[in-house]
Design a protein around this ligand. Structure first.
Ligand code: SAH
Ligand code: DHB
Ligand code: MG
Length: 229
């Protein structure tokens, strides 16, 4: 039965388009400040791989719901998701964000400045796993958002669970793997490595006993877990 499916009921294309327009009108997930980031990032030659528009809003609302004041992000890009998290965390909050590409970090620095978050965002340039090995956070994080290289999601999650407070939230982007998450065959070895990483990440959140977790099956897929122990 169609309504027993877990992900995506079978809306036809015109229903989907109408619902999409409704969501844009009603929840207004794309404001001027976030659009400015997308445009400036494109002009700087960055890939347009920011979180989806509703996912940025999800991050803001989740950060607020979690009462987070101290967050870690892996994969800064132009700082769009960072701005969403900082908006949700509010006054006196702090975001530590890790980025491999110096050019992306430079665009993000400008984003945080333009949006009034200069003193609340700390960007570390380098590989996420190497930076984590050196980071000595003064207190545990309330929220960790993972959105960098997919094959390293399991490593990021293993570090994150040891540096999150109990009750803290771990979120991963793209965890439906562009529709490939349940594929058994892959055309491309790189896709296969990415999907294996995403699956191991999802399984860790779902089955390790360290989290109570679910999937927000937005276009990109956002896995959300709350740390139990
Ligand atoms: N979270 C951003 C999008 C991140 S895109 C947003 O929604 O606004 C993924 C980013 O991860 C890219 O900027 C890429 O350069 C970075 N990245 C890729 N591999 C990485 C690694 N090993 N360590 C840290 N960052 C990495
Ligand atoms: C890619 C990475 C992302 O984090 C994303 O949200 C979309 C695309 C990518 O590497 O292509
Ligand atoms: Mg992503």
């Amino acid at each position: 039965m169609a309504n027993e499916k877990t992900v995506f009921p079978e809306y036809d294309a015109s229903t989907l388009a109408r619902m999409d327009a409704y969501l844009r009108e009603t929840f207004r997930p794309a404001d001027g400040a976030l659009e400015e980031i997308r445009v400036r990032a494109a002009h700087a030659g960055l890939p347009p791989i920011h979180v989806g528009k509703l996912d940025a809003l999800h991050l803001e609302v989740l950060a607020r719901a979690a009462g987070a004041k101290h967050a870690l992000e892996v994969g800064t890009l132009a700082g769009l998701s960072g701005v969403a998290l900082l908006r949700g965390m509010g006054e006196g909050s702090k975001l530590v964000t890790l980025e491999y590409e110096p050019k992306h970090a430079e665009v993000a620095r400008e984003t945080f400045r333009k949006n009034g978050f200069e003193s609340q965002a700390e960007i570390h340039v380098g590989s996420g796993l190497e930076t984590m090995a050196r980071l000595k956070p003064a207190k545990p994080f309330d929220l960790v958002f993972i959105d960098a290289d997919k094959e390293n999601y399991p490593g990021y999650a293993r570090w994150a669970v040891e540096h999150l407070r109990v009750g803290g939230m771990l979120i991963g982007d793209n965890t439906l793997g562009w529709g490939m998450i349940a594929n058994t065959r892959f055309d491309d070895a790189e896709d296969e490595r990415a999907i294996r990483g995403l699956r191991e990440f999802n399984t860790f959140l779902a089955s390790s006993g360290r989290f109570r977790a679910t999937m927000l099956p937005t276009g990109e897929g956002l896995t959300v877990g709350v740390k139990l122990r």
